[in-house]
Design a protein around this ligand. Structure first.
Ligand SMILES: Nc1ncnc2c1ncn2[C@@H]1O[C@H](COP(=O)(O)OP(=O)(O)OP(=O)(O)O)[C@@H](O)[C@H]1O
Ligand SMILES: [Mg+2]
Length: 254
């Protein structure tokens, strides 16, 4: 029997007035897979994550999660089914501590869990992202890297099966990026399927099993990192010749 995708996106179109943000996009995500979603600014990546997490209802197309149609469901319903996300612009509750922020995430999807179980989920999520020591801090006291990891902890505390990450590495230095790469690998090893939206190609190449490339809302490539980064269309639309030269140089050095 063939394995069914954990997520199927079929012929999704999203329009904002005259702007077609996503145009007839289709892709599948297999269980346990890490899928990179890349493309130039304004390509429709965040919009597509908003469609999957139900913040935006597409004008056309359909979505299925674990074989069940989820098109048109409300965001909290999708979240309770096991889809969690981070936001490109982090949005913590400013007056709550780091721990309380994560507990809100856990509570949101609590299903039938009690207070102590929610605390345990939050403790576990903070530990995973390396923020245990900052549990009592306010979000304003965190560095950008820590705020990004808080965003990940909030998502992880809901015990998702599908995690959508929207530019969790933007603005971070190499050490911080490496830390998040390690974290993504670790949570993927725990069995999570993940979609990574990211401009940091080093990270995309390090964590993704497969990459989908969007341009002006349209999917222009879908394949292994090697296939996609050797695709002349993708090079001219997004990666540029500099990326190709850098890749060749690092392959030569290896
Ligand atoms: N709420 C909105 N109202 C109107 N237009 C929007 C809205 N959200 C996105 N758009 C437009 O839709 C297109 C896709 O935007 P989106 O934010 O999905 O791109 P992106 O690939 O995430 O870009 P970036 O890499 O800069 O984050 C852009 O032209 C954007 O201006
Ligand atoms: Mg975006």
């Amino acid at each position: 029997m063939s394995v069914q995708p954990i997520l199927s996106v079929r012929d999704v179109t999203v329009r904002f007035g005259g702007v077609v943000a996503v145009k007839n996009a289709s892709f599948d995500l297999m269980p346990g897979e890490v899928l990179g979603l890349i493309g130039p600014n304004g390509a429709g990546k965040t919009t597509l994550l908003n469609v999957v997490s139900a913040l935006i209802r597409p004008q056309e197309g359909s979505l299925a999660f674990e074989g069940e149609t989820i098109t048109g469901l409300k965001p909290h319903v999708i979240a309770r089914k096991g889809v969690a996300r981070t936001f490109q612009v982090v949005q913590p509750f400013k007056n709550l501590t780091v721990m309380q922020n994560v507990e809100v995430g856990a509570m949101f999807c609590a299903r039938d869990r009690g207070k102590s179980q929610i605390r345990a989920l939050a403790v576990d999520a903070l530990q995973k992202v390396g923020l245990t020591a900052k549990a009592d801090a306010l979000p304003s006291q965190l560095t950008l890297s820590e705020r990004k990891r808080l965003e990940m902890a909030r998502a992880l505390s809901t015990e998702p099966r599908l995690l959508l990450l929207d530019e969790v590495m933007a603005g971070l230095n190499h050490t911080e990026i490496d830390r998040i790469i390690g974290l993504i690998r670790e949570i993927n090893r725990d069995g999570l399927s993940i979609i990574v939206v990211e401009h940091v190609m080093k990270a995309i190449m390090a964590v993704c099993d497969r990459i989908v490339v969007l341009r002006f809302g349209e999917k222009i490539a879908d394949g292994t990192p090697e296939e996609v980064t050797n695709d002349p269309h993708v090079i001219s639309a997004y990666l540029g010749e500099r990326f190709v030269r850098r890749q060749a140089a690092s392959a030569g050095a290896a």
